[in-house]
Design a protein around this ligand. Structure first.
Ligand SMILES: Nc1ncnc2c1ncn2[C@@H]1O[C@H](COP(=O)(O)OP(=O)(O)OP(=O)(O)O)[C@@H](O)[C@H]1O
Ligand code: SF4
Ligand SMILES: [Mg+2]
Length: 350
């Protein structure tokens, strides 16, 4: 298994509950795995631990295995090699990753030299131009000399993805990496990520707020709430047979195109902060199915039919069917076929 996070718990001094609690998550080579949840649920923190970017003051237990090596035990040269070569992260805002006054090409050449993947500066320059072509930018020689303000957000995200590929990583952590883009550009970047994953057998952890997008783009999806994984299933099955009330709540409050008939139902209340502690199920205060026992009994992940797990004490008596028939359709704009390795990925963005 390429990434195998086992029972990861991360606590901060002064917090009433752990920021991450008993998180277990796996990503295989060539697999795209979604990580979904409301703001503050711990998605980015989980991804950062894979690079061992944890707060200094944090207490961390559990294991984060990448190719069998526990990242939490790395330091010095081993940690630098891990960060430079095995895992790469792409964030939401490409402009924050790029120096506004420097050329795109310099960003890539520096990365290549730092990772030791390209030999001397001349070879790094050639490789940088190749990478700009590989992420679908037209006229890569000219792009090499451009500065960030000369490019659109979608083009810059391609540049940042090229920078991530410079290290020839085996695992890509995409943290809301398409959230700031318009839908057309988002579809292009998703198609590009899918193509790169197939060509390079990359494992990908795809973080998003958008459960519909995750279900359409990923092979499997983990749903997080208050620092815990509350459900994990094959993506399509999660979409049609979500079992945890929180997952169903997320689906019920997400609008879709052509959805005028279905009333959107927001999840009542707000996601908990780090000063909210729980004696039972963390979702109890917002759950329409909560019973008094839910506030004192912490549900462990239990197997669900069809594979996967859900952590809810009422799993057996809540229906297996989707909460509403309208929830069982993947939006056509995000269907796997329309994001497939397609001309979109190769299309010039000039
Ligand atoms: N170094 C830190 N010190 C204190 N609190 C932190 C620290 N890092 C994260 N947090 C808190 O931990 C919680 C989880 O943060 P995290 O960034 O992982 O959430 P997220 O699911 O990625 O949210 P978003 O969707 O908004 O990006 C948040 O409440 C955040 O404020
Ligand atoms: S354990 Fe209870 S409160 Fe938690 S999700 Fe299940 S039914 Fe709702
Ligand atoms: Mg985040």
């Amino acid at each position: 298994m390429l990434l195998d996070i086992q029972n990861l718990t991360l606590g901060l001094p002064g917090a009433a509950r752990p920021l991450l609690a008993d998180v277990s998550l796996r990503v295989g080579s060539g697999e795209t795995v979604g990580l979904v949840g409301e703001s503050g649920s711990g998605k980015s923190t989980t991804a950062k631990t894979v690079l061992r970017l944890t707060p200094e003051e944090a207490t961390v237990t559990g294991r984060v295995l990448v190719d069998g090596t526990d990242v939490l035990g790395l330091s010095g040269a081993g940690l630098r090699a891990h960060r430079a070569g095995t895992v790469a992260m792409v964030h939401q805002d490409p402009r924050s990753a790029l120096n506004p006054v420097r050329r795109i090409g310099d960003f890539l050449v520096e990365r290549l030299l730092r990772t030791g993947r390209a030999g001397d500066r001349r070879a790094a320059r050639e490789r940088a131009v190749e990478l700009l072509g590989a992420v679908g930018l037209s006229d890569p020689e000219r792009r090499f000399g451009q500065r960030p303000h000369e490019m659109s957000g979608g083009m810059l995200q391609r540049v940042v993805i090229a920078g991530a590929l410079a290290a020839e990583p085996r695992l890509l952590l995409a943290d809301e990496s398409t959230s700031a883009l318009d839908v057309t550009t988002q579809a292009e970047i998703l198609a590009l990520l899918r193509t790169l994953r197939e060509e390079r057998d990359l494992g990908m952890l795809f973080i998003t707020h958008d459960l519909h997008l995750a279900a359409a783009f990923c092979d499997r999806v983990y749903v997080m709430y208050a620092g815990r994984v509350v459900e994990q299933q094959d993506a399509e099955r999660l979409f049609t047979h979500a079992r945890h009330p929180y997952t169903r709540g997320l689906l019920a409050c997400s609008p879709e195109l052509g959805d005028s008939e279905r009333a959107l139902q927001p999840i009542p209340g707000r996601p908990p902060s780090l000063s909210d502690a729980f004696t039972g199920c963390p979702f109890a205060a917002r759950c329409e199915h909560a019973e008094p026992e839910c506030t004192t009994w912490l549900p462990e992940p239990a197997a669900v039919p069809g594979g996967g797990t859900a952590a809810c004490r009422r799993l057996t008596d809540l229906s297996e069917e989707p909460a509403e028939p309208g929830l069982a359709t993947v939006p056509s704009s995000l269907a796997k076929s329309s994001l497939a390795k397609s001309s979109l990925a190769k299309r010039s963005t000039a």
